[in-house]
Write a new protein. Structure first.
Length: 619
């Protein structure tokens, strides 16, 4: 029986065995991640059938239900909006789960609601307000963590922060010590977003516990001394109560600026109109009826999903990375001992997964701060940086999307700044980065792909190639797509020497990609083949001879559809490289030797060039 959403809906309703639920959940999750159609008779019944999974007392079933629901939100986008009222109470309840993994999955789902435009941050926190006074201490703790994540992701302009401060002040006297500490940490994070207005508000309007006041003010003073503020704290004046009216009028664009002090001004992103609110269900587009409870036997049209070729909702891209590179706190390095001390503290925080995730994010930013402050002036820096390798690996594999994103930004910046000096760390990070490309969270998946692109572009080390070759046979098509684009990039732009040492491996990877089951992989593989033939025509002809007839015809088709003015018989001078160890006088003879092949097969002409070799695209 062919699998579709109706098939899974029938099974979700009747499966009761725990093992069967886990197997079914994993199968449905894979189905959704593959981009298969989600059309069905009643998508609302699918949502309702997943609620018992989320509410299950078995943490593995609950975790699976949250993962599937998160992926369903990513697929449905704003069409999911009508189901928020029925789903959110169960998610809030699971924030109190004793298992940290379940609580983390709830946080991911809440952030996905906002990332996909299902609900605006203010609307979400209007519904989350009771969570700050929930009887379960885990719920109170997680509500504060969600607030910090939202502020870091969307900025202080998206929430009426002053309405939440009274709840945070009450939590300073909470019976649970962990909640009290989290309340202090959360108020410190809010201070970074709104600045001195928070201090004034706390001192004038609220009665803080005498035991907490000195420590909290000391944290504020420390942040102020380091000038570790977010743009919303620096760009607005006036008292804290005015934040809701004045700052929110700036629009959603301000909320997406880089969350820290930058070393150079970044132009603001044009404001975008916010999606409709949760309460505006009746005015949903007519296309939303494809998910309605009509009970009709006729299936609606399938939901269109974003193309992998462009930036998707919730995804990150290269431009965002570049803006974040220098959006870091300012640090100074006074001597080698000072540099070593700073790196030691950063390492201690990053590799301690029990630390609050926001502290680990700040520590990752400080690695970039040190590079900007001139850490490369010290010869010992690279060896000290390599001690952070295990910490980087942990951060890249973290369950928190914010930690993974910041780790990938830092890795990309290191690759761009250090070049080949980064090759040893890059080699160890390549496998976990590649593995994250298949992650169901778009932030994590695209962050891994962007970081991979920066490494391939700026660290042309031959030791990376075996890892890419291995990944080319991965079962995930998303990974294979990213890897063949990486091969296209490195073949087009790397020096000849590291490629020559791995010619056989590159040939095998290209042969595998040209005959891949995925059309997009095959398309990029043919582009990579032509780049390969530019540099190694004899090896390319050998590769061509190993291909089956249909794949040879595809390459011939590329040739016949291209302009005859750009063939391998007329190579562009800008693409010809002199032989290793040769002089420029050998250029003509080197080019001439590439025009003929001893393999006995016709030399294919290269498709028309489109200019400079393309860089690795990011979805």
């Amino acid at each position: 029986m062919a699998k579709d959403m109706d098939y899974y809906l029938a099974l979700l309703a009747k499966t009761t065995d725990t093992k069967e639920k886990l197997t079914l959940g994993q199968d449905l999750l894979s189905y959704l991640q593959e981009g298969s159609s989600i059309e069905c008779q009643d998508i609302g019944m699918v949502v309702d059938s997943l609620l018992p999974y989320i509410q299950s007392s078995n943490f593995k079933v609950s975790q699976m239900g949250l993962d599937v629901m998160t992926e369903l939100v990513r697929r449905m986008e704003h069409f999911y909006r009508p189901y928020i009222p029925s789903v959110l109470p169960s998610v809030i309840d699971r924030l109190g789960d004793s298992k940290e993994h379940v609580r983390d999955r709830c946080q991911v789902l809440l952030m996905t609601f906002m990332e996909m435009g299902v609900v605006q941050p203010q609307q979400l926190f209007d519904r989350l307000a009771p969570a700050f006074a929930h009887r379960n201490n885990y719920v109170r703790d997680e509500a504060m963590k969600c607030l910090v994540s939202t502020l870091n992701q969307h900025g202080a302009n998206c929430i009426a922060v002053s309405r939440i401060v009274p709840s945070l002040v009450k939590l300073l006297s909470d019976p649970n010590a962990i909640v009290r500490d989290e309340a202090v940490t959360t108020l410190a994070q809010v201070y970074r977003h709104v600045g001195e207005r928070l201090r004034m508000d706390l001192l004038k309007k609220h009665s803080l516990p005498p035991t907490k006041l000195p420590g909290l003010m000391a944290k504020f003073d420390e942040i102020k001394a380091a000038n570790d503020f977010f743009p919303t704290a620096l760009n607005n004046d006036g008292n804290f109560a005015d934040l809701d009216e004045t700052d929110r009028s700036l629009g959603s664009s301000s909320s997406r600026r880089s969350p820290s002090v930058t070393l150079r001004r970044v132009p603001p992103v044009p404001a975008k109109p916010p999606p409709p609110s949760v309460e505006s269900t009746p005015s949903l587009p007519s296309s939303a009826s494809k998910f309605s409870r009509t009970g009709s036997l006729r299936k609606p049209k399938p939901v269109s999903t974003p193309s992998t070729g462009g930036t998707q909702a919730g995804a990150v891209d290269e431009e965002g990375f570049i803006k974040a590179f220098e959006a870091v706190p300012t640090l100074q390095i006074f001597n080698l001992r000072d540099l070593e001390d700073k790196l030691s503290k950063i390492k201690q925080i990053i590799e301690d997964t029990s630390q609050d995730w926001s502290k680990r994010v700040d520590a990752l930013k400080k690695v970039r701060s040190l590079l900007i402050a001139g850490a490369l002036d010290y010869d010992e820096f690279i060896s000290h940086l390599r001690t952070l390798d295990p910490a980087f690996q942990l951060s890249v594999k973290d369950l928190r999307s914010q930690v993974v994103r910041e780790a990938c930004v830092t890795v990309a910046f290191c690759a761009q700044t250090l070049g080949l000096k980064f090759e040893h760390i890059a080699e160890s990070l390549l496998p976990p980065l590649i593995n994250q490309i298949q992650n169901s969270a778009k932030v994590i998946a695209t962050a891994g792909q962007v970081a991979l692109g920066f490494i391939v572009r700026h660290t042309p080390a031959g030791r990376l190639i075996p890892h890419l070759v291995t990944a080319m046979s991965h079962k995930s098509r998303e990974i294979r797509r990213a890897i063949i684009k990486a091969f296209h990039q490195l073949i087009s732009s790397w020096p000849i020497n590291p490629l020559q040492r791995h010619l056989s491996s590159i040939q095998n990877a290209l042969a595998s990609a040209i005959s891949d089951a995925d059309q997009e992989v095959r398309t990029y593989a043919r582009k990579a083949f032509w780049a390969f033939k530019d540099h190694f025509p004899d090896q390319a002809d050998v590769l061509l001879n190993t291909l089956d007839a249909p794949y040879k015809r595809s390459l011939h088709s590329d040739m016949s559809n291209s302009s005859s003015s750009n063939s391998l018989h007329q190579p562009s001078i800008s693409r010809i490289r002199p032989p290793t160890g040769g002089s420029t006088e050998n250029l003509a003879s080197g080019a001439g030797s590439r025009r003929s092949s001893g393999s006995g097969i016709p030399t294919l002409r290269r498709p028309e060039s489109t200019g400079q070799p393309p860089t690795l695209p990011y979805p």
